[in-house]
Design a protein around this ligand. Structure first.
Ligand code: C5P
Length: 404
C-alpha cells in the first residue's frame, strides 16, 4: 500500500461526522501510515480525544500549549513533518477560516504552515453547504491547490436529505492512497536489473574483465525504485552503490554467478533489464596458485563460453513478463541490435554506439536508440545516464500499461 510510512495529519473539526474519524484514523494506521490527530476545541465535544490518541498511538494536539506543562506545540514542525494533511470533517466555519487565513486555533495554524498536500472533506447541513459563502470558500481552497473530497448526498444529521455527508472513511483513505500511488506506476511490480562487468578468474590475482562501471544499470535500478518497483539489482564488481535505499543489491563476480542469481529471481520478476556487460568467455581452468612469470613457456588460457543470460531468460519468459537487453555496438549498430532483439527473444533493446562521443562505458552520459519488438525505433539525444534511465523506464511503463 502506498500509505506505508507516510506521515498524515488528521485535522478534526466540530461536526457530527467527527465520530467517523475514529474509523478514518484506524484505517490509516492499518494502511501503515503514521497519524497525528489535530482537533479544534469544538471537535472534542463530538469525539473523545482519548479514543483518537489510542487509535493513532500519539497524543492528540488541540491547543497551542499543553496546559499543565506549558509545552508549545510547533505547528511549523508539524507542517514540515506531514506528507499529507486531511481535514475531516471540515465544517463551514473551519473552511472559512482556512480560506481566509484566520489562524485562531492549532488546526488552522497547522494548515497554514503545511507544505504537504492538503485534503479537505467538508461535512455540513445541505443549506450551509449550498450557501454562496461556502461555495466561494471551497473555490478559494481549490485555488490554493487543496484537494476537496466532495461530500456525498444522503440523509444528514438534521434528517434532511441532500449534499453534505462527509465522505466515508474508506473512500477518504482510497483518495489518499491513489494520490500517493500516482507517479508510482511500477508499484507492486518486481524489476530485476543486471549491471556492471563480470570478472572471470584466471588465477587468485587475475581475471578477464571489461571497462563497465555499472553506472547505467545502477541509474536504471534507482529510477525503477523511484517509480515504486521492488528492485533486485544483480551486480558485478563495481565501485558504486544505488542511491535509493530500497534497491536490493546481490553482488556477484562471474557470469556464471550472475546467471545463477538471474535464474533464481527471474520467476518473481515482472520486468528484467539486462544492462550488465557480461564476459562472453571464461578461462576453462582457474589456477589455484598465482601463475608465475619465470616459466619458460608462455601460458595459454583456454577459454570456454559463458551462458548468454539474457537469451536463457528469453527462453523461459512467460507471457506478460518484459525482458529488456542492451546492445553496445561499434559498427552496423541497427542490424546488430535488431538481431539481438530477435535472437534473445527480448521485448526491447537499448542500443548505444561507441562511435557516439559520450555514450557507452564509464561516462556519466549516454546516447541511446530504443528498438522494440513491434519494429518501433526511438532515438534520443545525448543525456545524463539518470535521464537516459528515465527514458528507458518511460517506455517500459508504457509496455506494462499495454499488458495490464
Ligand atoms: O550479445 P551481446 O553481449 O552484445 O548482448 C548484450 C545483451 O545481452 C545485454 O543485455 C547483456 O546484458 C546481455 N548478455 C547476457 N549474458 C551474456 C552476454 C550478454 O545477459 N553472456
Amino acid at each position: 500500500m502506498s500509505l506505508t510510512g507516510k506521515h498524515i495529519i488528521v485535522g478534526i473539526t466540530g461536526g457530527i461526522a467527527a465520530y467517523k474519524t475514529a474509523t478514518l484514523v484506524r484505517l490509516l494506521v492499518k494502511s501503515g501510515a503514521e497519524v497525528q490527530v489535530v482537533m479544534t476545541p469544538n471537535a472534542k465535544e463530538f469525539i473523545c480525544p482519548v479514543t483518537l490518541s489510542t487509535l493513532s498511538g500519539k497524543p492528540v494536539i488541540s491547543e497551542f500549549f499543553t496546559a499543565n506543562t506549558g509545552q508549545w506545540h510547533s505547528h511549523v514542525d508539524l507542517g514540515l513533518w506531514a506528507d499529507a494533511m486531511v481535514i475531516a470533517p471540515a465544517t463551514a466555519s473551519t473552511i472559512g477560516k482556512m480560506a481566509n487565513g484566520i489562524a485562531d486555533n492549532m488546526l488552522v495554524t497547522t494548515y497554514l504552515s503545511a507544505k504537504a498536500p492538503v485534503f479537505v472533506a467538508p461535512a455540513m447541513d445541505l443549506d450551509m453547504m449550498a450557501h454562496p459563502s461556502t461555495t466561494r470558500n471551497i473555490a478559494l481552497l481549490r485555488s490554493y491547490g487543496n484537494h476537496i473530497i466532495e461530500p456525498a448526498e444522503g440523509e444528514l444529521a438534521s434528517h434532511l436529505i441532500g449534499k453534505g455527508r462527509m465522505e466515508e472513511p474508506e473512500n477518504i483513505v482510497k483518495v489518499l492512497d491513489d494520490f500517493f500511488k500516482a507517479g508510482k506506476p511500477l508499484a507492486g511490480k518486481q524489476v530485476m536489473v543486471t549491471a556492471g562487468p563480470t570478472y572471470e578468474r584466471i588465477d587468485p590475482v587475475r581475471f578477464i574483465g571489461n571497462y563497465s562501471t555499472g553506472k547505467m544499470g545502477y541509474a536504471i535500478a534507482d529510477e525503477a525504485a523511484r517509480l515504486g518497483a521492488k528492485v533486485v539489482l544483480i551486480s558485478g564488481p563495481v565501485a558504486i552503490k544505488p542511491t535509493m535505499p530500497e534497491v536490493e543489491v546481490i553482488e556477484v563476480e562471474s557470469a556464471l554467478e550472475m546467471y545463477e542469481q538471474c535464474q533464481r529471481h527471474f520467476g518473481d520478476s515482472d520486468i528484467a533489464i539486462m544492462s550488465a556487460a557480461v564476459a562472453d568467455y571464461a578461462p576453462a581452468e582457474v589456477a589455484d596458485k598465482k601463475i608465475k612469470r619465470e616459466k619458460e613457456e608462455i601460458p595459454q588460457i583456454r577459454l570456454v563460453k559463458n551462458p548468454d543470460i539474457a537469451a536463457s531468460l528469453g527462453k523461459i519468459k512467460r507471457p506478460g513478463q518484459i525482458l529488456v537487453g542492451f546492445a553496445l555496438e561499434t559498427n552496423d549498430e541497427e542490424v546488430n541490435a535488431l538481431d539481438k532483439l530477435k535472437r534473445k527473444n527480448l521485448d526491447m533493446i537499448v542500443m548505444n554506439s561507441l562511435r557516439d562521443a559520450g555514450a557507452g562505458f564509464g561516462t556519466d552520459t549516454n546516447k541511446i536508440t530504443l528498438y522494440s519488438k513491434d519494429g518501433q525505433a526511438r532515438k534520443y539525444p545525448l543525456k545524463s545516464k539518470k535521464e537516459t534511465a528515465s527514458d528507458i523506464l518511460d517506455n517500459i511503463v508504457g509496455m506494462v500499461a499495454d499488458k495490464d
